[in-house]
Design a protein around this ligand. Structure first.
Ligand SMILES: [Fe+2]
Ligand SMILES: [Fe+2]
Length: 411
């Protein structure tokens, strides 16, 4: 097995054994086909030589399908080769920010999307349960606080005035305080200080206000949830990082309502919390299956429970009567082309991968989910923008955590 100095490494060669940094974290997994940006990544980690087996690109075979019935096997597409420019750009951005963030990149660095390892057949841990059945048992979580439903109704009525909206919010001092804190943050960057509720309603605008209140009430609602299978801090950190990335991608795409992308990213994995709360044993079994095999988390959930966190998230959002945009994102963020091809699903799909690559929390996933090239193409952005978006996430994540989550969430 030859060990090549970095300068002699050729695109298309295959890494023979795991390449780790000085902290023992795996930077490139065995079997990775060397791509254009890998030497940059290795150099960034101070690695000077790598073991190769001399095979050419395409020699690192892919495993069989992890996809649900009816879906194309993403592992067999070129998009899931480790040297895909987007995956390499994600890894490079993650390496660049790892020191600053103090994150242990660990497994998200190992891009094993749909590759390698033993296969296993689906063995449900009981009869399959539909997402609607699970959402139907959600009790208190099945409805959002009345302040949101009244606001939603008022905003959707064209004859409502700003005074009507103010009247609804006035009685919820906690919500007002949170809205003002968010409106006055650098994260939102309004040109001047927002002093009171009336001004906030006027400056923020009704559409953005709706989305902001939605984010705030959902966060508050789920703060009391006992989701011991994942720490709440880690869950919200991941969700916020995804939201910030989604908003940043939307800005680059010149979307008109970028806040909606932020909230869609924030809520994309909400089905995980519902599952962890209502089906802890089967969720635990799904998490273990994901961690101990090559199955993605959503595939492990389907095999163990009968549906995945995306479908459960979408089902609970139906009970909340949220707009289709949010339901689509939740349902399809792992398979953007499956149900409906929308900009929202594509943007949040990539934002999710970026948040996980940066090691900023997790909903329980320990590897990057499958990457959809279709989603990436739909976004119409260049891979170079990933570094810029990563920078945006890294510079806002702490402030966003303080604003939306606060210090009262268990670590
Ligand atoms: Fe997810
Ligand atoms: Fe996620």
């Amino acid at each position: 097995m030859p060990v090549l100095p970095l300068g002699e490494l050729q695109i298309g060669q295959t890494i023979a054994t795991d390449v780790s940094n000085s902290r023992g974290q795996v930077i490139l997994a065995a079997g990775t086909v060397v791509g254009r940006l890998h030497p940059t990544l290795l150099r960034a980690w101070g690695i000077t030589s790598v073991p190769v087996n001399g095979e050419t690109a395409g020699g690192s075979g892919t495993a069989g399908s992890d996809s649900p019935p009816g879906l194309p096997d993403a592992s067999e597409t070129s998009a899931n080769r480790d040297n895909h420019p987007v995956l390499v750009a994600l890894t490079t951005a993650a390496a660049r920010f790892a020191e600053k963030l103090g994150t242990a990149p660990a497994k998200p660095f190992i891009i094993t999307v749909g590759k390698g390892g033993p296969r296993e057949s689906a063995k449900p841990g009981g009869p399959p349960i539909s997402p609607e059945t699970i959402a139907g048992k959600a009790g208190n979580l099945a409805s959002l606080p009345s302040v949101y439903t009244r606001l939603e109704k008022t905003i959707s009525n064209p004859s409502s005035s700003a005074a009507d909206i103010t009247k609804i919010l006035r009685n919820d001092q906690g919500l007002i305080a949170r809205l003002l804190r968010i409106a006055n943050s650098a994260f939102y960057g309004f040109p001047r200080r927002v002093e009171g509720l009336e001004e906030a309603v006027r400056i923020i605008g009704t559409r953005q206000l709706h989305d902001l209140v939605l984010a705030t009430v959902v966060l508050t609602q789920f703060q009391g949830v006992d989701a011991h299978l994942v720490t709440m801090r880690s869950f919200w950190r991941h969700s916020l990082a995804c939201g910030i990335a989604a908003r940043s991608f939307a800005t680059l795409r010149r979307e008109s309502n970028t806040e909606r992308f932020f909230v869609a990213g924030l809520l994309h994995d909400i089905g995980s919390l519902v599952l962890y709360q209502l089906l802890p044993d089967r969720s635990q079994a799904a998490l273990e299956r994901h961690r101990n095999t090559t199955l993605s988390l959503e595939d492990a959930e389907r095999a163990t429970i009968g549906c995945d966190h995306g479908a459960v998230g979408s089902a609970i959002m139906s009970l909340w009567r949220l707009p289709e945009f949010f339901k689509d994102v939740a349902a399809s963020h792992h398979y953007p082309g499956h149900r409906r091809h929308t900009t929202g699903t594509a943007v949040v799909h990539v934002a999710d991968l970026l948040a996980l690559s940066l090691g900023l929390g997790s909903n329980g996933e320990v590897r990057l989910p499958r990457f959809s090239e279709e989603a990436w193409n739909l976004m119409g952005l260049a891979p170079e923008c990933l570094d810029q978006v990563a920078e945006e996430v890294v510079s806002h994540i702490e402030e966003a955590e303080k604003m939306f989550v606060g210090d009262d969430v268990p670590a």
